[in-house]
Design a binder for this molecule. Structure first.
Ligand code: MG
Length: 335
């Protein structure tokens, strides 16, 4: 009997990929069993499911760096996601890892991000125990597709849940995305901060520039090369001590000078306040939630607070502002 196209692709993976790669045919499987596609192996199919979901499309109207929401060239949560995917695929291809798995995890990793970047996350974490990596998993498991979830493979869900700094993804592909996320945001947030006049190239301490390079582009190139050369034919994803340390310190520098910049604080407090008010209002007025979220309340595993968080975390920046205006600004005073 002749093999299907999917089976032929799976055969090629066995011949071509690194012994440390995750083979599509070795998946631990989906939440609910379903028939295989005759063309696409499992991770490719998961990648497509994520790309077609509604939460993915909303990423285009979610802030990346709170301080810089406007202007055609600043990153959004969507372009951040695409940059993570591109960096992760470059690394995966060089290391002969499973690019489809890497791409699926990368495209899904920030689906649970709140409106207003980390200001929104901070607000929901203040009123309810919330973090975006756990929320990304909720989106793919029980919010998308009218509450049925995308029924993704275990490996993709593991990579999404464990992409945060303290996480330990079980596959090398998940580890590649976890590191690529950091490389991407350090790189593009710095580029955006320079574009927005929050930083100048000269503000970046000489010790980072001497190790990583003199320009944003050179630094990105250095980080990606370092991961590849230090992880080649190894069962883990590593960086050299010098470059790894410089990257950690550069991340600290970005926190002090961009993410927690005092100029941003005042504005950020407004966003936090807005999200907290919306949360309190919806908890009191559950009837205002869309039907899908009301239906989810009949599941005893879901508290009303959890469901309100699910709804608010899914909002785009502009939708959250619109709802805030609707509930808290009298009609005649709306702009
Ligand atoms: Mg990210």
């Amino acid at each position: 009997m002749s093999l299907t196209i999917r089976e032929q692709i799976e055969e090629r993976e066995v011949e071509y990929l690194s012994p440390y790669a995750t083979l599509s045919r070795n998946t631990r499987g989906r939440e609910r069993e379903e028939p295989q596609c005759d063309i696409r192996p499992v991770f490719q199919r998961d990648r497509d499911r994520i790309l077609h979901c509604k939460a993915f499309r909303r990423l285009k109207q979610k802030t990346q760096v709170f301080l810089l929401p406007k202007g055609d060239h600043y990153r959004t949560r969507l372009t951040h996601t695409l940059e993570v995917s591109q960096i992760a695929r470059t690394i995966a291809k060089a290391l002969r890892l499973n690019e489809d798995l890497v791409e699926a995890v990368a495209l899904g990793h920030d689906l649970g991000h709140t409106p207003f970047g980390h200001a929104g996350e901070k607000a929901l974490n203040h009123v309810y125990h919330f973090s975006h990596h756990r929320q990304s998993l909720r989106v793919v498991e029980c919010i998308e597709k009218g509450g049925r979830g995308l029924n993704l493979t275990w490996e993709v869900r593991d990579g999404i849940l464990n992409h945060q700094t303290a996480g330990h993804p079980h596959t090398l592909e998940g580890q590649v995305v976890r590191l690529s996320d950091k490389i991407a945001y350090i790189h593009h947030d710095m580029d955006d901060a320079i574009r927005g006049g929050i930083l100048t190239e000269e503000d970046i301490p000489a010790e980072f520039r001497s190790v990583l390079g003199e320009t944003c582009r050179a630094r990105l190139n250095c980080l990606v090369h370092d991961v590849i050369t230090n992880s080649m034919d190894r069962p883990e994803i590593c960086m050299s001590p010098a470059v790894g340390e410089a990257m950690t310190d550069l991340r600290k520098f970005m926190f002090q000078n961009v993410y927690l910049n005092p100029k941003a604080k005042g504005e950020e407090d407004k966003a936090v306040h807005m999200i907290e008010q919306l949360y309190t209002y919806y908890v009191k007025h559950l009837e205002l939630l869309p039907q899908q979220f009301l239906d989810a309340l009949s599941n005893p595993d879901n508290s009303r607070e959890q469901i309100v968080c699910d709804y608010i975390a899914g909002m785009t920046d502009s939708y959250a502002v619109k709802k805030f205006e609707e509930f808290f600004v009298p009609e005649s005073w709306k702009i």
